[in-house]
Design a protein around this ligand. Structure first.
Ligand SMILES: NC(=O)c1ccc[n+]([C@@H]2O[C@H](COP(=O)([O-])OP(=O)(O)OC[C@H]3O[C@@H](n4cnc5c(N)ncnc54)[C@H](OP(=O)(O)O)[C@@H]3O)[C@@H](O)[C@H]2O)c1
Length: 283
């Protein structure tokens, strides 16, 4: 059996944070830097650049790297994701990377294929299966509709335990730095189940504005995505996420976040209060 290289002391490790300017990656990179760790941002705007679409960028991004926080873009349910994640992880391990932490989803067969592909590479892995991010409302696709006063989605009253991206980042740093998490899969959630309508109502209440949450048909949602110019594959993935995956299978909370970070998960109301204070949803 091939021997694994000696792990470098944590303080000397370089971590490649893929998606390091994105919702969780940016927060992971900030936390590692605050701890004095060497961090390389793995994104098209990083130096060197890292692009999932261009395998020629993967090797240079992995040069001298000991650990990788893997986030796939745009979504783990894209058909090519398992093969690409497996190839990236295999290349990383062949270049001496030991620790691999993958950000995954919950109850998503496509995401499970990505997890298996990463595990098969032979590194010391940890999988974080996260619920829907609270920051989808403030830093992503739902921010603009909230500003416009109407969120129209093909979702009914199925509740989701939204999780704060700051909590995911704390969990990821714990996973990257503590070897007790090697070989473990954690299902991390926020502390409270909310429907999309509940979440939008909390934001509207904090803003003192009316924001409607309207249930539309999957067909109408698909038509909106087409009109916005989304490619067919991504449109199909978003439809799967909102209609098939959000069927109640993930409507429960876990305590995995506190087991990783030693503190409870942040509540949606805390997220809303802090996002408003930071200027989210300002016209
Ligand atoms: N959002 C959720 O609620 C949720 C829940 C569970 C799991 N997930 C999973 O989390 C992952 C991240 O999703 P997200 O929506 O939060 O995205 P995100 O991390 O905010 O994505 C943006 C990041 O991806 C980078 N990026 C974009 N295109 C890239 C490319 N071709 N190659 C390399 N990097 C690229 C961007 O940097 P540049 O523009 O500089 O390249 C940026 O750093 C997905 O795999 C998703 O399945 C999401």
């Amino acid at each position: 059996m091939k021997e694994k290289p000696m792990a470098r002391d944590i303080t000397e490790r370089t971590t490649l944070v893929i998606g390091g300017t994105g919702k969780t990656g940016r927060r992971v990179a900030e936390r590692l830097a605050t701890r004095g760790r060497a961090v390389r941002v793995g994104s098209r705007s990083g130096a060197p650049g890292f692009d999932w679409e261009d395998r020629g960028t993967w090797g240079p991004a992995l040069d001298g790297v000991d650990a990788v926080y893997v986030t796939y873009y745009p979504d783990l349910l894209m058909p090519e994701a398992p093969e690409r994640i497996g190839a990236l992880a295999t290349l990383a391990v062949s270049r001496g990377v030991r620790r691999l932490v993958l950000l995954s989803g919950r109850g998503e067969p496509g995401a499970e294929r990505c997890e298996e592909a990463l595990k098969a590479a032979g590194g010391d892995w940890t999988i974080l299966c996260a619920s829907w991010f609270m920051q989808n409302f403030s830093e992503s696709v739902l921010a603009e509709p909230i500003l416009a006063g109407e969120v129209a989605l093909p979702v009914g009253s199925v509740p989701e335990p939204f999780i704060d991206a700051d909590d995911i980042a704390d969990a990821a740093v714990a996973a990257l730095e503590d070897d007790r998490h090697v070989g473990a899969t954690y299902e991390i959630t926020g502390p409270r189940l909310l429907t999309f309508a509940d979440a939008v109502a909390e934001i509207a209440g904090a803003l003192g504005r009316e924001v409607r949450c309207v249930e539309i048909t999957p067909e109408a949602f698909a038509a909106e995505l087409s009109a916005a110019g989304l490619p067919d594959t991504l449109r199909a993935v978003l439809l799967e996420l909102f209609t098939e995956i959000l069927d109640g299978r993930n409507a429960y909370v876990t305590d995995a976040l506190s087991r990783l970070t030693g503190r409870p998960a942040r509540d949606f109301s805390t997220f809303v209060r802090d996002a408003v204070a930071a200027g989210a949803w300002r016209a």
